[in-house]
Design a protein around this ligand. Sequence first.
Ligand SMILES: [Zn+2]
Ligand SMILES: [Zn+2]
Length: 372
Amino acid sequence: MKMKDFYSILGVSQDASKEDIKKAYKNLAKKYHPDANSGNKSAEDKFKEITEAYEVLSDDEKRSKYDRIKAGGFSGFGDGNFDFSGAGGAGANFEDILSSIFGGGRGPQPNGAGGFGDIFESFFDRGSSGFRGESERPSRGEDIEVKLELTLKQAVGGGNLKLKVNRRDICDYCSGEGGSGNAACQSCRGTGSISRSQGGFAISQPCPRCSGRGKIKTNTCANCSGQGFVSNIKQIKVNIPEGVADGQLIRIPGEGHAGVRNAPRGNILITVSIKPDDQFSRAGDDLYYDLVLKFTEAALGAVKMVPTIRGSAKVNIPAGAKSGTKLKLRGQGVKNHKTGATGDQIITVKIDVPSSLSDEAKKLLKELEKHI
Ligand SMILES: [Zn+2]
Ligand SMILES: [Zn+2]
């Protein structure tokens, strides 16, 4: 659940004074006013947004309500337990709440239509999940995020790997119930939700005592201390795709933390990190390798065995190879998992000139010099 942050929309801090809010709004309004931005849709939207933010933050009562909601009054959204309609027990419904936020049901109407959904969506970011009406599902388990370090060879070759993760599982002893024996929760009178009501504004949230179950266990499970969950080390098999790139995300669905009340598990999200390699460097699908030759080898040509990421290959060095000459080993690079094509290994010739020579070698080279 993500609420629009009216403070950041106006660029002011949470404890900004009324004056500061007014000043911030004035500056922004000047900049984005439709009169100054004729036909500019994004400026128009921005203007509506800042106006909406100002309408709430400039009014002490609305602001304090907004602050309370923002501070966590809606934390119960995630498990689908939240319900405006039952809020307050005094018949306070959604419209009452909105009108109490916005005053007389007028409310900002940023989309022009002014419908109920519009106000609603303007108050909360669109696309958020877990809100009642949009999703009745209990909350899915959390994702487990793991960083996986691979050698270049592992990344190029792919394959299966075993990974240990610490994850939350449903307690076997109590099947996630937290214990046995049911008694109605005293705090919420068995309803599972409690409401807070202030000045006609009422919100309902899951009862913290019974976690929204409405019941409490008379015998607390000793295995999980009544949590319903335990922490286990789980070994997970990871299939590393051939040619995986540094920073690539591997997702293992449904193997994350257990969800609340039979909700599905979260996922495991593995971020691949590839260790630098001593021999090869990678650029896209190609691998680069420096081949050091004696200057005699370069002059005369040679046949060399060169390491590749998958083994080795014989390379013919033409006579007269210069330092910087590039040779290509086709198909010895990284397989591209999208196209299926394999890159190349690029060999760069480096010529090693000895820094010290024996007298004999010097004599021979001098003799040689006369011939070239
Ligand atoms: Zn248990
Ligand atoms: Zn309760």
